[in-house]
Design a protein around this ligand. Structure first.
Ligand SMILES: Cc1cc2nc3c(=O)[nH]c(=O)nc-3n(C[C@H](O)[C@H](O)[C@H](O)COP(=O)(O)O)c2cc1C
Length: 238
């Protein structure tokens, strides 16, 4: 991060950050890209779904959650699928792929327990969550001011990036890889939520400065919050 590319990527990243009031969001509608000049091939195939297929088919964003908390066992399921574990023949297995095996993303959990918000970090010890400290409801609200429904989620999963190692290995292209890994982590969070009968929604609308402070992130290694996933019991009953 000391070299020029490190500085310029960090500078570029800063230009993507939102402050406490949120960012300017323009009203834009998107049209699916299509190639009408080419032939269409009717496939008519509905895939035979296994468990994963059923999860994928059911995915949609959920923003209205019941008051109910989630169990330690459910939190454990998220932790399990984020962690690296030993497979057969000593091979290390991790659901989320990582460019160069650098593991450029970290996962923090903010979950509601007995009326307060707790903060934890998914560390390296298998099936163990590093339980850090309680955080105030107001600090969570401040972090997600532009998405005020997020504070009512039973758990907020925050995926952060560590830019330093990827930039050192790949130059400025490493920035892409860190974002891609974070996106893969967020998708895994979404799928684990579905498997646990929970609703979820990815959240990019947060205050970077407030969330950095809440998670106590270090700018030394270029730690930055990249995406959050709000998780909880769907109000609609799922
Ligand atoms: C990177 C990313 C950031 C998002 N940020 C937000 C957000 O801040 N607030 C929100 O309500 N939804 C957010 N979403 C969810 C999208 O709005 C949602 O996926 C989209 O409307 C399509 O709806 P569906 O997920 O139900 O298919 C985000 C999705 C992605 C992929």
């Amino acid at each position: 991060m000391r070299s020029d590319f490190g500085r310029s990527v960090k500078h570029f990243h800063k230009s993507t950050c939102w402050g406490r009031g949120g960012g300017a969001v323009a009203s834009v509608s998107s049209v699916a890209k299509s190639y009408p000049r080419f032939d269409l091939v009717e496939l008519g195939i509905v895939p035979e779904c296994g468990e994963l297929g059923r999860c994928l088919s059911a995915r949609r964003s959920e923003r209205a959650f019941r008051e109910e908390e989630i169990t330690d066992g459910q939190i454990g399921a998220f932790v399990y699928f984020f962690q690296t574990r030993s497979g057969s023949e000593g091979k290390l297995l991790r659901v989320v792929p990582s460019a160069g095996g650098l593991v450029s993303s970290e996962v923090y959990l903010i979950w509601r327990r007995n009326g307060e918000h707790r903060l934890g970090h998914v560390g390296p010890v298998p099936r163990v969550l590093e339980s850090m400290w309680s955080v105030s409801r107001s600090s969570v609200e401040e972090s997600f001011r532009s998405e005020s429904w997020v504070v009512n989620a039973a758990m907020i999963i925050v995926v952060t990036g560590r830019l330093g190692p990827a930039l050192r290995r790949y130059g400025s292209r490493g920035y892409r890889f860190v974002l891609l890994e974070a996106g893969a982590s967020a998708m895994v969070a979404t799928l684990v939520a579905l498997d646990e009968g929970l609703g979820s929604c990815m959240v990019g609308g947060f205050s970077d400065a407030a969330l950095m402070k809440l998670l106590d992130l270090s700018s030394e290694e270029g730690e930055v919050p990249l995406v959050a996933v709000a998780v909880g019991w769907p109000e609609s009953g799922g």
